[in-house]
Each structure stands twice: as C-alpha cells, then as structure tokens.
Write a protein that binds this ligand. Structure first.
Ligand code: GTP
Ligand code: ZN
Length: 219
C-alpha cells in the first residue's frame, strides 16, 4: 500500500495496563516512570526560574507534576498495535469514519499542550474485517500521550492502521491548536494546524479522498 508521508517507525514497549490519575498516596499514575527523578527535576526547574520550592504552595508540586507527566506520557509504555487486534468479520467494504476524536498531546519542543480533534477513516481490506470503533480513539490516545510533533502523530496513526488492519485505504486528519504558539513565542491564539496522512485508495483516488475530506470537514 502506498504511503502519503515519510514514516517514523515507533514501536513502543508492551502495554502496562490502564493508567489512572491518583492522589499523593496512589502511585499508579507514575508507574513506569522514574518518579523520584522527575520530582527532583521539577524542584530544580522551580529553583531555576527563581521560585522557592519549599514554600507551602509548592511543596507538593514536584510529586503532582511527576504524576501528571506519568499520565500525559503514558502512551510511551503502551503498544499501539495491540489496540487494533480486536476485529470483527463484518464484510464491510466501504468507508468507516470516526471524526472529532478529542485529542490532547504535548509538543516535544516546548513540553506544553497541543490539543484539538483527530479524524480517522478507513476502507476495510479484502476480508472486510473491521476493528472496534473505540479502538480508533484508543489509538489516538496512545500516540497523543507522548512527547509529540503533530505531523509524526498523524503519520503514526495511519501507519498503525495500515499495518494491523491491512485496509484498502486509510485517511487521518488532525486539527490542533498549539499552546506554544498561543501562550508564548509568537502568541497567536486560535491558529489551527491541520495535518493529514493518506494511504491506499485515499492516496490513489482523488475522488475518494475528496469525498472523505468533505465528510471530515463538513460541520
Ligand atoms: N512542524 C511542527 N512544528 C511544531 C510543532 N509543535 C511545535 N512546533 C514548532 O517548533 C518550532 C521550534 O522552533 P525553535 O526556533 O527551535 O524554537 P523557539 O525559539 O521556541 O520558536 P518559537 O516558537 O518561534 O518562539 C516552533 O516553530 C514551533 O511552532 C509540530 O507539531 N509540528
Ligand atoms: Zn511547541
């Protein structure tokens, strides 16, 4: 199947199971990360910007940030290809599209959020097998919960779909606002970045791609 963009191969380690936000006594959110190291780094950062990490309001901040990072980067410890392994023999050979999947990720250049929506469409392969609809949203989560660049995330989602489902075609579109462009730097809130990755029939057939894009962008 042809590719619409260059690929960064990124097979992560095995799934460590669900990551949930926790209290200060619940370490689940930091499972798989080096929490003491993260906490020490946050304390250093607070000192570097001229704060007093020992003032009452900041005492628990290093532990909170470690937990938050454990959650925001949980996708580094999950295998995206496992997610798509639930399939159903529906003999469906036309478009399946899940749109407006809410997405929060972290810009790897500034470690601040970028957020928006992802749309994933595919035409099942010759066997007509489809995956569970929620699995498409789970796939977005796994790739979003890593230090990311929007283009790479778009490509990774398309490649995972292509590799596991072997569909006749895949289209992935992501629309996001980058807070590194909104709250700092050029300071342009509201600017939205759109990226797409197309494979198979969506790349080869202009009309098929145009039809999918009109469904994706139609509000
Ligand atoms: N292509 C791409 N660029 C991104 C993404 N997220 C952030 N960036 C950009 O990464 C670039 C980093 O540029 P640098 O010049 O190294 O860093 P900087 O001095 O902080 O840049 P400014 O944001 O322009 O202040 C910026 O232009 C960001 O807008 C992304 O997902 N894709
Ligand atoms: Zn950024």
């Amino acid at each position: 199947m042809s590719r619409g963009a260059s690929t960064t191969s990124d097979r992560a380690g095995s799934d460590v199971g669900p990551i949930v936000a926790g209290t200060s006594r619940d370490r689940t959110a930091t499972d798989g990360i080096d929490a003491p190291r993260a906490e020490a780094a946050v304390r250093e950062l607070l000192l570097a910007v001229g704060e007093d990490p020992d003032r009452p309001g900041l005492l628990d901040t290093p532990a909170r940030v470690a937990r938050a990072y454990g959650e925001l980067f949980a996708g580094l410890r999950q295998d995206p290809l496992d997610i798509l392994s639930t399939t159903f023999d529906e003999h469906h050979d036309e478009l399946v599209l899940v749109k407006d999947i809410a997405m929060y990720s972290t810009c790897e250049h500034h470690l601040v959020p970028f957020h928006g929506v992802a749309h994933i469409g595919y035409v099942p392969g010759v066997d007509g097998r489809v995956t569970g609809l929620s699995k498409l949203a789970r796939l977005v989560e796994v790739y979003a919960r890593r230090p990311q660049v929007q283009e790479r995330m778009t490509t990774q989602i398309a490649d995972a779909m292509d590799e596991v489902l072997k569909p006749r075609g895949v289209i992935v579109v992501i629309e996001a606002e980058h807070l590194c462009m909104a709250s700092r730097g050029i300071r342009k809130p509201g600017a939205r970045t759109m990226t797409s990755a197309v494979r198979g029939v969506f790349r080869e057939d202009v009309a098929t791609r145009a039809e999918a894009m009109s469904l994706i962008l139609g509000r």
